[in-house]
Design a protein around this ligand. Structure first.
Ligand code: COA
Length: 224
């Protein structure tokens, strides 16, 4: 199986969103947020969010991994590169208001807004958007996990950050935590906890999202 890395295009967003939905079904937060019976609503919401970022956010880089045999997209990542906005107005326009697109009626909008607020607060607290990179999203289709696509998507940003001598911030869901530790991220000892049952999902379980930072590493031997 040959895996190919390429920039994602606007036409890809529905496929990317479906991968996101499928790959996060294990997480209590996501299951409490988006119902099992309204996948299309969730996919449309997630696709709209990626599309807005691709079109309007100069910090955003959305990349995809395709399987060469079938030409199928099997995973994607959304990175943010360091960027200095001309004004606060320009920054806000690029990022959208905190509400993102309104959550669909079938989703738990109060939970989604609560979680987005937590993420924004942590981002403000820990990172310098003019200097640090951020890994915003990384997902691989469940059927293709463990075959190297995630590593390719991670390497894309790690190489750029190391070349710039920059840090990389992320918030790790359970499936990512050990992989990030292996690649040099450290926990900031700050975890966003969501008890899905409290948000209306009986026996939903506890979701933990850990704030992590990978310190700057000076690359040696290449300069492009
Ligand atoms: C996290 C995720 C993106 C990793 O993608 P992937 O394609 O499965 O990862 P890879 O196959 O490139 O493996 C990356 C590393 O993790 C290891 N790994 C992969 N699956 C693993 C598993 N189930 N348990 C432990 N280690 C695993 C691999 O051995 C590899 O380590 P190496 O670099 O030392 O060889 C993918 O599992 C996923 O989409 N998970 C669900 C969504 C999610 O939680 N995303 C993370 C959000 S923070």
């Amino acid at each position: 199986m040959t895996l190919i890395l390429a920039p994602a295009e606007e036409a890809d967003v529905l496929k990317l969103a479906a991968i996101y939905y499928d790959s996060f079904r294990y997480d209590p937060y996501d299951r409490a947020l988006f119902s099992d019976t309204h996948k299309e609503d969730a996919v449309n919401y997630l696709a709209e969010d990626d599309l807005y970022a691709i079109r309007n956010d100069p910090q955003t880089r959305v990349i995809k991994v395709t399987e060469s045999g079938t030409n199928e997209i099997i995973g994607y990542a959304r990175w943010e590169v360091p960027f200095k906005f001309e004004s606060e107005e320009a920054r806000e326009k690029a990022k959208r208001p905190n509400a993102l697109p309104p959550f669909p009626a079938s989703a738990n909008g109060a939970l989604g807004t609560h979680f987005q607020t937590q993420l924004s607060e942590r981002k403000k607290k820990y990172m310098d958007t003019e200097k640090d990179y951020t890994l915003v999203i990384i997902v691989v289709s469940p059927a293709y996990q463990g075959k190297g696509a995630g590593s390719i998507l991670l390497k894309y940003g790690i190489e750029k950050a190391d070349r710039d001598g920059a840090r990389i911030y992320l918030t790790a869901a359970a499936a990512g935590y050990e992989i990030y530790e292996k690649k040099g991220w450290k926990s900031l000892d700050d975890t966003i906890v969501v008890d899905a049952e409290q948000w209306g999902l009986p026996n939903g379980g506890i979701s933990k999202t850990v704030c992590m930072m990978r310190d700057a590493v000076k690359a040696s031997g290449h300069d492009s």
